[in-house]
Design a protein around this ligand. Sequence first.
Ligand code: FES
Length: 81
Amino acid sequence: MPNDPADRAAGTPAGPAPDSAAGRARRITVQRRGPLLVEGPVEIELEDGSTVFSDRFRVALCTCRRSRRYPWCDTSHRRRS
Ligand code: FES
């Protein structure tokens, strides 16, 4: 069903993101071995319910959990084990 909310949440596999009245869609770049690159500014809600904020134009979110500055990537993912 094309307008099913579950389908919209899962995203569409191809094609450009639509523009909206609020502006264009925020871009998140996925890398196989590295952080998620997210267009800022961003507010991140952590597991404990606290929030952190960055007003940078692009932020790197740690996906490996090795960062000493989690949730921000500090390039610790580059270290060998
Ligand atoms: S992804 Fe870079 S430190 Fe975790």
